[in-house]
Write a protein that binds this ligand. Structure first.
Ligand code: ADP
Length: 237
């Protein structure tokens, strides 16, 4: 699913967060959205989801502007950064509720097994550890088949085994030609997963390209240093 973003602007009060973002995202690739805290990553993602209304500019998905046309949202699987689950319902109930809401086929059984969630199905969400909550979050995101997958800090709290499963899941979705957008502070995860880096700075896409290109542009030996050095390098967006 291709996304075209043109001249996107958004300000909150006097704080001009997005200042003309131009971006094309194509299917079958994994994109990592990076940038310093407060650079507008979440604002950009929420604009794509229709949760933030831009002041200027346009986002088109499947060649249609998304403004006032919310039907495209059913083509998106979104993993929010902080899953604000209702505390007093059970894991099983939440999964059923979301399945009913989406009204589309789901692959929940396999995912529940894979992430070892069976023992937790009858537990209330408020009693779960952070990592287990994140596993529930992942199951709710990946149980539907959508062409666009947006993951906000997907690795939060995961144990090594769950992290491996998550990476396998993402790669399997990519192999099916899905478009995947990820934000993450874990540079090793980004390096392993991302085909393209989108680096947001001062309201614009400051760098777009492969990790190899980033290393070349910044003349750094490794990815972590390249990201740290990116702001001191001339723009290559
Ligand atoms: P990032 O995800 O890159 O850390 P955000 O997109 O969350 O950045 O935030 C960018 C800036 O916009 C921050 O200064 C933040 O305080 C501000 N901001 C984000 N959402 C709102 C909002 N709903 N109201 C006011 N300011 C906001």
């Amino acid at each position: 699913m291709t996304i075209h973003i043109e001249n996107l602007h958004k300000k909150f009060g006097k704080n001009q967060v997005l200042k003309g973002v131009d971006l094309t995202i194509t299917e079958g690739h994994i994109y990592a959205i990076l940038g310093p805290n407060g650079s507008g990553k979440t604002t950009l993602i929420k604009s794509i989801l229709g949760m933030v209304i831009p002041d200027k500019g346009q986002i088109s998905i499947l060649d249609r502007p998304i403004k006032k046309d919310w039907k495209y949202r059913k083509h998106i699987n979104y993993l929010p950064q902080i899953a604000n689950f209702p505390p007093n319902i059970k894991v099983r109930e939440l999964i059923h509720m979301i399945t009913d809401l989406r009204n589309s086929p789901s692959a929940k059984k396999e995912l529940i097994e894979r992430f070892g969630l069976e023992p937790f199905l009858n537990k209330k969400l408020s009693t779960l550890s952070g990592g287990t909550k994140q596993k529930v979050n992942i199951v709710l995101t990946f149980m539907f088949n959508s062409p666009l997958i947006i993951l906000d800090e997907p690795t939060t709290g995961l144990d090594p085994r769950a992290l491996i499963y998550l990476k396998e899941l993402i790669q399997a979705e990519k192999a099916q030609g899905k478009t995947i957008l990820i934000t993450s502070h874990i540079m090793q995860f980004v390096q392993e997963m991302a085909d393209e880096i989108l680096y947001l700075l001062e309201g614009e896409i400051y760098f777009k390209g492969s990790i190899a290109k980033l290393l070349e542009d910044t003349q750094q030996k490794n990815f972590e240093h390249a990201i740290a050095a990116i702001t001191t390098t001339k723009s290559h967006a």
